[in-house]
Design a protein around this ligand. Structure first.
Ligand code: NAD
Length: 257
């Protein structure tokens, strides 16, 4: 039976765990007595996050680019080597870009799809067999309200990537439930959350050109301002994720009041 009722002593892996929602989930898991591995592409942010999170419990960090299956396999090996088990996996790393449709370069499309969709898919493919072999567990895939609404104009790649995460996760959940798997799946679909995500395309690799039309900066700034004004506290989102894991609930839709 999927769904975790006792968290203490169990292990969680959180990608994109150096910042924002991932960091808040890691902290919440530690507060429940779990051991936590955070994975992030940014080494310095990872080091800082591990230092801060160690005040709340037993945490490790490993630099991981979720676009790389090899990185995720190395992460799994490191976590199993350190903690001996994996119970919860949050495929949460994500990036965002904006711009009017024809101004968005192909490289930006590939970057967003590779991190937001293939990063989540890679995490499911690497960790699912380990969770099943360990007797069960839970996968949380982070999408967005953008997975339900194509009304997010000027963020076409982001919307497309989150639709893909929704479709893949829902199909996976049905497959596992039908097969009687001990692994549950949840889809986290937040509305605006106060994180640094919308500041800029901070994590954009050097080979991904920005959409250059003048309106793009204004779009991102407007988005950042709206999020800062109405966004939820990431800790609140993390609490709802914990409840969803406990009750084995698929949709975790979080919205500001
Ligand atoms: P954030 O920028 O604060 O955190 C994202 C983290 O992912 C960063 O630490 C970043 O370094 C990491 N990351 C980026 N590319 C990576 C890669 N290739 N491999 C590993 N790590 C990588 O943003 P956040 O708001 O906490 O976003 C977390 C998730 O929540 C994302 O999937 C995002 O799409 C989703 N989300 C956020 C909001 C919001 O309003 N903040 C709303 C809906 C959904």
């Amino acid at each position: 039976m999927a769904g975790i009722t006792e968290f203490s002593g169990k292990t969680a892996v959180v990608t994109g765990g150096a910042s924002g929602i991932g960091f808040a989930m890691a902290r919440r898991f530690l507060e429940e007595g779990m051991r936590v591995a955070i994975a992030d592409v940014e080494q310095s942010a990872l080091d800082t996050a591990v230092r801060e999170l160690s005040a709340f419990g037993d945490v490790m960090g490993k630099r991981t680019d979720v676009r790389s299956v090899g990185d995720l396999e190395a992460l799994a090996e490191a976590v199993l080597g350190t903690y001996g088990r994996i119970d919860v996996v949050c495929n949460n790393a994500g990036v965002e870009t904006g711009g009017s449709f024809l101004s968005i370069p192909e490289e930006a499309w590939r970057w967003v799809m590779n991190v937001n969709f293939f990063g989540v898919l890679n995490g499911c493919r690497v960790f699912l067999p380990l969770l099943e072999a360990g007797g069960g567990g839970h996968i949380v895939n982070t999408a967005s309200v953008a997975a339900f609404s194509s009304g997010t104009a000027t963020m076409t790649p982001y919307c497309a990537s989150k639709f893909a995460v929704l479709g893949m996760s829902e199909s996976l959940e049905v497959e596992l439930r039908t097969a009687g798997s001990p692994v549950g799946v949840s889809l986290l679909a937040p509305g605006p959350v106060k994180t640094r995500m919308v500041d800029a395309e901070r994590n954009r690799p050097a080979d991904v050109p920005l959409a250059t039309e003048p309106g793009r900066v204004a779009v991102m700034e407007r988005l950042a301002a709206t999020t800062a004004e109405v966004g939820m506290d990431p800790a609140e989102v993390a609490g709802q994720v914990l409840d969803a894991i406990r009750t084995n609930t698929f949709f975790v839709l979080t919205h500001p009041e």
